[in-house]
Design a protein around this ligand. Structure first.
Ligand SMILES: [Fe+2]
Ligand SMILES: [Fe+2]
Length: 176
């Protein structure tokens, strides 16, 4: 049985992950409008990952017979000063989510809820990757201000999407 303090916090995190999804859709649409298809594709994929994170958390609560509340989502930022701004925002978002995930693991631990603590381990590892990916992308974006071909090429070369992660928790609705 997950600790009730953990269940409450995980429900909050489901809202945070859906907000992250919505924010990345907004970034993707902005890049699509600027005719930067690689950046747009990158953020559309990133958005799907955030939705998956939310649905993995939903599945965990379903599996453990706990209350799950599908939240409303706060409005994303949709206007950006330049093409670097959405990437800056994305890196900030990933850093914030990392703190949230660590806090969740901390609640599980302090409640002696070892099952939930173990559930959070995958997300901890995932956040290391997400922050690293966005830091790299921001560095390339700042360098590419004058020639956006560079960042489009970089994404096509280095960030064309990853395969399935067999260690990922199951997402609600994904079958299996
Ligand atoms: Fe996430
Ligand atoms: Fe993320």
């Amino acid at each position: 049985m997950p600790a009730s303090a953990f269940v409450a916090k995980l429900n909050e995190q489901i809202a945070n992950e859906f907000s992250a999804h919505q924010q990345y859709v907004a970034c993707a649409v902005y890049f699509d409008g600027e005719t930067l298809p690689q950046l747009a594709g990158f953020f559309y994929r990133q958005a799907m990952e955030e939705r998956d994170h939310a649905m993995m958390m939903v599945q965990y609560l379903l599996d453990t017979d706990e209350q799950v509340t599908i939240p409303g989502v706060s409005a994303p930022v949709t206007t950006f000063a330049d093409v670097v701004a959405p990437v800056e925002l994305a890196l900030d978002q990933e850093k914030r989510v990392t703190a949230q995930i660590n806090e969740l693991a901390g609640v599980a631990r302090s409640e002696n809820d070892f099952t939930s603590e173990q559930f959070m381990q995958w997300f901890i590892k995932e956040q290391v990757e997400e922050v690293a990916t966005m830091s790299d992308l921001l560095r390339v974006a700042e360098r590419s201000r004058d020639d956006l071909h560079d960042i489009e090429d970089y994404i096509a070369r280095e960030q064309s999407g990853e395969g399935e992660d067999p260690t990922a928790p199951r997402a609600a609705g994904a079958g299996g």
